[in-house]
Design a protein around this ligand. Sequence first.
Ligand code: ADP
Length: 540
Amino acid sequence: MNLDPWSLLKASFEGDDSGTAILSIDRSSKKFEIILKNENFAFLEKEIDLKEFLSQKINNSDYTTELIYKTNGKILETSFGKFQFPEGLKNKEYTKFFIKDITTKQRQEEEIAWRLRFELGVASSIQILIQQHSIREGLPQALYQLLYFTEMDSVFFLKYELEGEKDKFQIWANERKTTKYPLIPKKCENENWYDLGLGRWFHKLKNGKTIYLTPNKALPREKWFLTETKAEILLLIPVLFENKFLGIMGFLKYKKNSPIQHENLLIYQTVSRWMGLFVQRDLDLTELNRYKSSLESLVLERTLALTKTKEELERAYKAKTEFLAHMSHELRTPLNSIIGFSKLIQLPETDETGKEYLNYIYTGGTRLLNMINEILNLMKIESGQIKIQITTFRPEDICRQTLELIQPQANAKKMEIRFRPPIESKPVTSDSGKILQILLNLLSNAIKYTNHPYIELDCEWIDGSLEISVRDFGPGISIDDQNRIFHTFTRLNDDGNIEGTGLGLTISQGLAIRLGGTLELQSQLGQGSVFKLKLPEIIK
Ligand code: ADP
């Protein structure tokens, strides 16, 4: 094959993106000559004063890459390739020299860097808003942060408010890159925008539209705003939350002829969208706080009213207790006479009816006297007047005394009482009379309300406290009734056949508490009940 090296070299140059040339340089004289160039080079070399550029570079032996920013906006990159020394010619050298048009690439890189910067600004201002309790406090700082990262010079947020029928704005924030530019006019805050000649803007914004204006595009009646703010570009974006108009985000730019690119406009709109979220969050929080404080004052009010009612009730209750105690006492005296005399009246043997009536008087009177005594007892417990007589005794002795007293009632029902004294016999310091009264009541109930051949009375020491239980195998008491029966005048299945007042358990529980102990009930329907009196070893 017959190869022509020169044509081959020329062919290898064409089709390159960059302008490529081969330079021959004389090292001693610093003279240079372009011995070969491709089409692109021929095109691009016109953009610079190549001769001047190269002679400067070569004179300074500066073979670094250089960027040339041209006034028409173009950016060119010049660079050198590797150097070659031809055989035998020590002073001569060859190198490649490139010129590239990197305008687009450079613009893209700048764009990316700018966007990153902007996003950084957005992120950091969001961060500020998230950390603040109230958006109003954090907003100026957040917007200043945002502004710093944008091409804009001034930013403001106007919070929309509807006062009655009147549309109003409040300036929540107004930040500028430098104070040499004015703040936005105060009248935008209080006056109606229609009266200010800005009705068209207001209408559009309220309908979710963005306003992007330069002074020559503003209507004559709107121009004052741009003059007063010295703005060359005005950008107003509605701040919405779920279509509700919350306010306006405004941006001003003071530089002439530097329009905002469409992509950037979208970013500003995004910023306004998250502003909507924050403003709404702030409104919700304010609302919540309002509810909270009105709830607090309501609670306070109710508490005061309740305290008053409680005091009134306590006073009324005390008055009732005193009245009943007094009445009971007054009733007892005549009743005692009636019972006494009914026993003394002698009627002829033949007067059966008279005797029957006399018996009614006697039993009715006795029952009434019992009830009055119990009421008196209860009143004393409730008003704290009950007197406690403390002695030291063995609890099993009191149990035995009680058994003796209750025996006739048990015998009448042919019921056995099984008593288990404590394993360890030791004394208790308490009121024996009150314990006897409680046990009498519990045993009497167990006999009255059950029909099993026996009931049990257990006395034992458990963990240093005294436990006396009365167990029966009767009908038992339902869970619902278990609390109820300790209330005054509660009688379950009261059919009038069994005598009672419904006060016994109330009194017993009151006494147990007065002795520093408790009276508890465990019961299951159909299985029977256990009433357990727990008392401390020594009453405090
Ligand atoms: P009273 O015996 O005078 O009616 P209590 O206060 O002593 O009053 O008892 C309240 C009610 O509790 C009784 O009317 C009865 O219905 C129920 N009761 C009490 N003890 C028992 C028991 N051991 N078994 C079933 N029911 C009982």
